[in-house]
Every structure is written in structure tokens, then in C-alpha cells.
Ligand binder design. Structure first.
Ligand SMILES: Cc1cc2nc3c(=O)[nH]c(=O)nc-3n(C[C@H](O)[C@H](O)[C@H](O)COP(=O)(O)OP(=O)(O)OC[C@H]3O[C@@H](n4cnc5c(N)ncnc54)[C@H](O)[C@@H]3O)c2cc1C
Length: 251
């Protein structure tokens, strides 16, 4: 089976992200010169600086720190959604250069993502989905052969591959874009796959920049739900999930 599941890794990030942000704040609000900036930002001040900047809405300062993730085990459907975020940089495994023939894959088929909703229908539904992927594999292999094999063939044979086909992505976002991304994509109204990825990304950045991302997550953590009539109606539960109290403060 080519069935696979999501994996998110934080590959790299700006070293000492909260220190850099505190230095930016110092630069803006004090007479310190560049050489004196670092000395003026004691570790104990960093938290207060970052909290203040976030409260003030002085968010250009948090653009100085970036986070790079490696994501795999996600569908091309997820790819279409995540790449809508324009203030981010992406590298995506190419279906033009990387073939998906049965021979190349160690499994029966190319890797694919099967939605939980289909798995929940039971083993027969899952087997039906797997057979459909196997059928697509036969179509793909047939086109690769008819088109002469190799890279030239992958480019057009890939047109029969489904949204379910697995992809691998490297994505870099700065902290401002990440907080925006979490607002939209950690929301319970977001599609399940991108929400799963966003939640994992958030957990990873919280480990390295806990103050910066303390109240990051869906919009309803810090304000009213933007979904109106479509709201999930579970704000209190969502706040609890993120370790905040009913007023949206860190517990
Ligand atoms: C629940 C949900 C449902 C969705 N449904 C659909 C759908 O049915 N169809 C569809 O096409 N998309 C859909 N989207 C995608 C959505 O329209 C956005 O393209 C996507 O969420 C990226 O958001 P963004 O533009 O705010 O973010 P980014 O591209 O990351 O940009 C961040 C911010 O930068 C600013 N910005 C960026 N570029 C510009 C610009 N050119 N001009 C001015 N300001 C800019 C904006 O303030 C923006 O919010 C959906 C998204 C969600 C979360």
C-alpha cells in the first residue's frame, strides 16, 4: 500500500528568535547604537519586550525571525492550499523530475493520503480507495511507457495523478506570517489536513519561541470568531485546547 501520513519537522530557524525581536524593539525605542543593542537586551527582558510588541501591534519587528519546515506525507490538495500563503517561500518535490512509476515506488502504488472520513467507513471503503489508487498507478505507468519513459514522460503522465498523491514541501515563513497562517489554518473551520499540519508547526515553534507564539492559533483565541454564522461555536473548548483560560489568557 502507498498509504502514508503527515510528518512535519522544524529544520532550521533564526537563532535566538526572541532575542532578535527584543533587539529590534530596543533599536526602535531607545537611543542605543547598534554595538550596544545586544548588551542592552538581557534574557530576562526578552519576554516583556516580545509581549509588548505583540500587544502594541508593532508586528514588523517579528518579521526578522524565520522558521523553515520540512513537510511530507501530505497531499497535492494540501499543497494547493498552503501555497496560497504568499508571504512564504516554498520548495516542492517535482513531479516532472521525480517519477511515480510502480517500479520506482517500493510500494504497490505511489504514496497517497487517504482521508480519515473514508477510513471511518470501514475496511471495504479503504480497500476500494486503495484499488482506485492502484488503477491510477496503472494509468500513470501506461502513459510513461507510451511517452517514451524517463523525465520527458513524467511531465505529461503526471496529469492522471490525483489530489491524493503525496508530496514533500520545504516552507519558510517569518514569525508574522506564521502567526497569520495559524490564525487561518488552526481554526476548526479550516480543512482537516492543513489544520493538522498547522497545529504541528505551531507546536514546534512554541518550543523555540514560547512567548512569541504563546497566544498564536485560531483567531478566536484572542478575539471574536471571524466565521460568523459558520462558527464552530466551541470557542471555550478551543481556548482550553490551546492552554488559555476563557478570557484568552495563558493559564
Ligand atoms: C477556511 C478557508 C477557506 C478558504 N476557501 C477558499 C476558496 O474557496 N477559494 C479560494 O480561492 N481560496 C480560499 N481560501 C484561501 C484564502 O482565500 C487565501 O488565499 C489564503 O488563506 C491565504 O491567506 P492570505 O491571503 O491572508 O495570506 P498570505 O498570502 O499569506 O498573505 C498574508 C497577508 O499579507 C497581505 N497581502 C498579501 N498579499 C497581498 C496583496 N497582493 N495585496 C494586499 N495585501 C496582501 C494580506 O494582509 C494578507 O492577509 C480559503 C482559506 C481559508 C482559511
Amino acid at each position: 500500500m502507498g498509504k502514508t501520513t503527515v510528518k512535519v519537522r522544524l529544520l532550521e530557524h533564526t537563532p535566538n528568535p526572541e532575542k532578535i525581536i527584543a533587539m529590534a524593539a530596543r533599536l526602535c525605542y531607545s537611543a542605543a547604537d547598534i554595538d550596544g543593542l545586544e548588551a542592552n537586551v538581557a534574557a530576562s527582558d526578552q519576554r516583556a519586550f516580545v509581549e509588548k510588541l505583540l500587544d502594541l501591534g508593532h508586528h514588523s519587528t517579528i518579521e526578522h525571525v524565520s522558521f523553515t519546515f520540512g513537510i511530507e506525507g501530505v497531499s497535492r490538495s494540501l499543497l494547493a492550499q498552503i501555497t496560497r500563503h504568499r508571504i512564504a517561500s516554498f520548495s516542492v518535490q517535482s513531479q516532472r523530475y521525480v517519477g511515480e512509476t510502480k517500479k520506482q515506488n517500493q510500494n504497490d502504488t505511489f504514496e497517497y493520503i487517504i482521508p480519515d472520513s473514508i477510513i471511518a467507513l470501514g475496511p471495504e471503503a479503504e480497500a476500494e480507495f486503495a484499488e482506485q489508487m492502484a488503477q491510477v498507478q496503472r494509468w500513470y505507468d501506461g502513459w510513461v511507457e507510451k511517452l517514451g519513459g524517463g523525465r520527458g514522460a513524467y511531465e505529461d503522465a503526471r496529469f492522471v495523478l490525483p489530489n491524493a498523491a503525496e508530496t514533500k514541501i520545504m516552507v519558510t515563513m517569518n514569525a508574522r506570517e506564521l502567526r497569520h497562517f495559524f490564525k487561518l489554518r488552526c481554526c476548526r473551520r479550516a480543512q482537516w489536513e492543513i489544520r493538522r499540519v498547522a497545529e504541528q508547526m505551531l507546536a514546534l515553534v512554541k518550543e523555540v519561541a514560547p512567548t512569541l507564539f504563546a497566544n498564536a492559533g485560531p483567531q478566536c483565541l484572542v478575539g471574536p470568531c471571524p466565521e460568523g454564522k459558520l462558527s464552530c461555536g466551541s470557542r471555550a473548548e478551543v481556548r482550553k485546547q490551546y492552554g488559555l483560560n476563557s478570557a484568552g489568557e495563558v493559564n
